[in-house]
Design a protein around this ligand. Structure first.
Ligand SMILES: [Zn+2]
Length: 177
């Protein structure tokens, strides 16, 4: 069963063909930066908002663990609880774990994680981001690092962070014209 494509751009949906020999099938990827697993576990993006992240099982668990309100609940249970009026009030108590953060206040958790990967503050601009990405990518590039597994992993993480940040910046630019 194919999940319908979302056209409302609340972040940076990541799609790719999935499954060998089945080029037509596309699945949503986990929204956690750097994760290549299918993202089939919806999770509310922010309190009292309809937008959803889609995580893999492991990252949904990580997300839930960081958000007390949904701790121990399955995605279905969490969705049901969210739907109740009572929950909408309780929900606000978890607002300290709001998406975004300092800086311009519009960056998602994934973006903040990506900035941390690059060793940047939450208010870093695209010039600083690009510079940090290029430096880290160069330093850890397989052509330079050879078979160093730790550097290969670092290179992968740095590239994933760049993907998250550049896509988010492009989406934001498109949204604000
Ligand atoms: Zn994941």
């Amino acid at each position: 069963m194919a999940r319908s494509r979302r056209t409302d751009d609340w972040g940076f949906p990541r799609w790719r063909p999935y499954g060998s020999g089945n080029a037509a099938a596309e699945i949503r990827l986990c929204d956690r930066h750097g994760c290549g697993k299918p993202g089939d576990r919806p999770a509310p993006k922010a309190p009292n908002r309809p937008e959803r992240w889609y995580f893999c099982e492991a990252h949904a668990a990580e997300y839930n663990a960081n958000w007390d309100y949904f701790a121990g609940l399955s995605p279905e249970e969490a969705a049901a609880r969210e739907a109740s009026e009572d929950a909408q009030r309780t929900y606000k108590r978890a607002a300290h774990w709001e998406w975004g953060g300092p800086g311009d206040g519009s960056r998602s958790r994934a973006e903040l994680d990506a900035l941390a990967v690059l060793g940047l503050e939450s208010d870093a601009d695209m010039v600083a981001i690009k510079a940090a990405w290029r430096a880290a990518a160069k330093e850890n590039h397989p052509d330079v690092a050879g078979n160093d597994a730790a550097k290969a992993e670092r290179f992968r993480a740095v590239q994933a962070a760049w993907d998250v940040l550049s896509a988010a910046d492009a989406a934001r630019t498109a949204a604000t014209g």
